[in-house]
Ligand binder design. Sequence first.
Ligand code: ADP
Length: 542
Amino acid sequence: MLGLMQQWPLLCHKIIDFAARQHGHREIVSRSVEGPVVRTTYAALHKRARQVAQRLERDGFVAGDRIATLAWNSARHMECWYGAMGMGGVYHTLNPRLFPHQIAWIMNDAEDKLIFVDLTFMPLIEKIAPGVPSLKKIVVLTDAAHMPETALPNVVPYEEWIAEADGDFVWREFEENTAAGMCYTSGTTGEPKGVVYSHRSNVLHAMMAAMPDAMGISSRDVVLPVVPMFHANAWGLAQSAPMVGAKMVMPGGKMDGASIYELLETEKVTFSAAVPTIWLMLLQYLEETGKELPHLTRVVIGGSACPRVITQKFRENYGVEVIHAWGMTEMSPLGSLCSLKPEVQDLSGDALFDIKQKQGFAPFGVEMKVTDDENGERPWDGKTFGRLKVRGPAVARSYYRGAGAEQFDEDGWFDTGDVAHIDANGYMQITDRAKDVIKSGGEWISTIELENVAVGHPEVAEAAAIGLPHPKWDERPLLVVVRKPDKTVGKEEILSYMEGKVAKWWLPDDVVFVDEIPHTAAGKILKTKLREQFKDHHLPTA
Ligand code: ADP
């Protein structure tokens, strides 16, 4: 027997229809690339998104075409997303922090037809475009007055381009599993792989993200996504904020402490989201200036492990709750968030921060398990770690063109490549990436934990742990350390500092000092490069 309820396909443009109808006057404030802070509303954004859709069709673009963006967070960038999706196109965010040849590779793999580019990235697209034959048009997100000189063909200013359409456009109809967006993984471990979101997965993800134990945002919030739209969909905020009718504040390209603070203050931001480095910059700025955060109540922090000191300072000095989150491009991207269940909400002091240090529990729509190498499920005891696997309606079931097939199993579980444990209350904690974990005598050593402990030393600026081959134990840890300026800390001091803070057999077999540790475009430690750099290093214990 079938239910007798209506078919109402979950399509992304219904989100912006809703925002325009129910929250039409709500503002979207953007720091423009041209300079000034500019303001628009959901009603106006809705109309301009339809102008984008109309203009795309008039230029001959059709459903299924990949419409790339190389842009900061702004209302214009959102118009391009909704306009492209509403005519059946597929928005494709590009990460400008990658090397030009990597971006060109990705654009060719996706066969992008048109690109929306911020002024900032004109020099970049000038390098890339000639090597991308599928590209027919470049729309610069500015007006004619600000257009730069360029030798590239088919380049037009956005404002004049959409002004040729009146916005009298009816969204195209298609079914909810139609592709809506694309984003490539950053390729830290091999070629980048394309993830293709559907309308249905984006809508469901936006609902999951907004729920009270996830980001918990509402129309009373003022939301500042510092996390870029090109970094895993701004963690869904370009969809969940309009879905709940929250005012949005878009930082454009300026993400230093002073610029972010200015927006937090003048726009009375209540909720924000970004990677740890952004918050370290903001906290440093607050400490230097003695300024306060009277409006901000919650920040979501993820992308890499959030150091305890950030959570602690936000809470104790500024009354701001940190929600630690974990996810990945393949998961749209949210996988878990660390809200407090009743079982832990009354904890205080270190016990509370121990919980907040975890990446949290999976919301409805994400199933999670940890397994051993033979795919046997491991217990939820908060210490037995294994491969973290997930499934759900906003988790990839395949990469574009079938790349990376070994990460998807027959039961529909996706192997995240992360190593984690889950406690009895369902709180998951990442201990490593599977490729980085050190396998010593059949047991696993968490490099993240070694690094966290090492950076607690007052003279250590950054630390990275890698496994080196060992004749007896298979692998043993080497700790690579960057000292703080003018500091002289040595190997023995670091090892004795770490003693007692990790299991004895986890202690690194050697410590080396370097001026710099290599990072990926997303700011994560590039372990592949470090392993290459130290492949001939001789451990004193070997
Ligand atoms: P990439 O996989 O190319 O680095 P993503 O931005 O999708 O790009 O990153 C996802 C990965 O980032 C996760 O698999 C995990 O290893 C790491 N990560 C994300 N959030 C956290 C977190 N809160 N703590 C630790 N690691 C995290």
